[in-house]
Design a protein around this ligand. Sequence first.
Ligand SMILES: [Zn+2]
Length: 76
Amino acid sequence: MGSDYGDQCRELRDAKREARRLHGQPCPVCVEKLPRAHPSILLPQQVCKIHKHRDPRPHDHAKTMWGIAGYERNEK
Ligand SMILES: [Zn+2]
């Protein structure tokens, strides 16, 4: 209620940044193979687009941008 589409976009963008800041970890393959480049920042179960390395931590909705933004988990 009371938030238009633009507000929602901004909320999600902030939540995404917050998720990465709190729970993001650099892809270990990036760090090993591309030490001079900025490593991909991975959230639990996220896959590095360069190396297809999947973060081994269990998926936790509360650590995703959606959980941080306050969205209910919606899965069937
Ligand atoms: Zn990587």
